[in-house]
Structures are given as C-alpha cells and as structure tokens.
Design a protein around this ligand. Structure first.
Ligand SMILES: [Fe+2]
Length: 210
C-alpha cells in the first residue's frame, strides 16, 4: 500500500470516527424551502370557485387547456414532521400565459381554468391539486406560485419550477436561489395515465422554517 492510500485510509477512518461520536441531536435538520417573491399576479379578487381543482371551474362543462398535472405535496417542519391544517394556495398562468383575477391583465384568459386554488393539509401534511403543467410567459420560465400559511407558522411564499426546463437557467428568480437549494423547488414529472389520459403527476415537499 502506498503512503498516499494509507493516509487516505487513515483519514477516512478518522472521519468515520468523528461522525459516530456525534450526539443524536446533532443530526442535520432539513433546509427550509427557499422563499420567492409573490410577484404582481396574486389575485386581486378571488374566484367563487377556489377549490383544489383548477382544471374545472364550477358551473362550466369545459376543461382547462394545457397538460393536466396532479400536484401532490407535503408540508413538513425542519425535522421532517408533517404540519396538518395549513392552508396551501397556488396560482399560475393559464395555457396561454395569462394570469386570472388580476383585472385587465386577465383579458383573453381561458375561461375553464381557475387560475388560483386552495387546499388544506391533512394529518400527514399532505395536500393535492389538479392543475396544468406550468408554461412560460413573457420574461419568466414556467412556475407555480405557492403560499403556505397556518396558525403559529411563518408564512412561506415561494415558486416551484419544471425540472429539466432549459429556460430555468436564464430565469432571474430561479437563478437567485442558492444552487444547492434549487433541487428542492423542482417538480419532476411522471406520466399519470392511471389517473387521467395524458396527465402528469409530481410530488413536492415544502419545508417550513420551524
Ligand atoms: Fe408568476
């Protein structure tokens, strides 16, 4: 064995030794989900139908344009424990790149897309939305805006992005996230034809800074 590999071996043994000596409470806590600006398109007036299905508007038979996305999420604290009873709001532009419920900006909006929705986390911290896969609009890479709020919780305002989207690297808000935190706000999609023809599914975890 060379002197170098002996040193490496001894070095790694020393590292392992120091890790095993760490007390249990020193285990790393989860990094909070990086916050992001609310932006100018949070609803000014709320739709009558503000449920967790953004693809179907109450009283209308049509379905929103775009690729259906089942967004399953979980709200946890920094120890990974579920947070129940929190309110999760999402809003995003429609398949034509138009935000709803923001006055004149909403002209030409897809009438079958709700644009905004709310859900409450269950005992296991889970929430679910049916929406569309985000599309770009002028100046921004595709994203969904999210707010999580609850009694005694610091409010989290953030945005989640399509994984693998080339435009992410050029987006000023995505680039403002620390590189090692970007993964946590990326949605990875998989086909969800079992749920609905042509639909996608994704899972996201939102870590509240408590
Ligand atoms: Fe936006």
């Amino acid at each position: 064995m060379s002197a170098i590999s002996r040193r490496l071996l001894l070095g790694s043994a020393a590292v392992l030794g120091s890790f095993s000596a760490l007390p249990a409470f020193a285990q790393a806590r989860l990094a909070p989900t990086p916050p992001a600006t609310e932006g100018p398109f949070y609803p000014r007036t709320f739709p009558l139908d503000a449920d967790s299905d953004l693809v179907q508007v109450a009283g209308r038979s049509g379905r929103a344009r775009g690729t259906i996305l089942y967004l399953a999420g979980k709200v946890v604290n920094r120890d990974g424990r579920p947070i129940s009873g929190a309110e999760v709001e999402i809003w995003q532009c429609d398949a034509g790149g138009i935000y709803h419920h923001v006055g004149s900006y909403s002209r030409g909006a897809d009438p079958n897309f709700q644009g905004y929705g709310k859900a409450r986390t269950a005992a296991d911290g889970a929430f679910r939305f049916r929406t569309i896969k985000p599309v770009p609009y002028t100046g921004r890479t595709p994203h969904i805006h999210v707010i999580v709020a609850g009694q005694g919780l610091p409010k989290l305002t953030t945005q989640i992005y399509n994984a693998g989207e080339a435009q992410n690297e050029r987006d000023f808000l995505f680039r403002s996230i620390a590189p090692d935190a970007r993964e946590s706000v990326l949605m990875k999609f998989r086909p969800a034809s079992d749920l609905e023809a042509g639909a996608l599914h994704t899972e996201t975890r939102l870590v509240i800074a408590v």
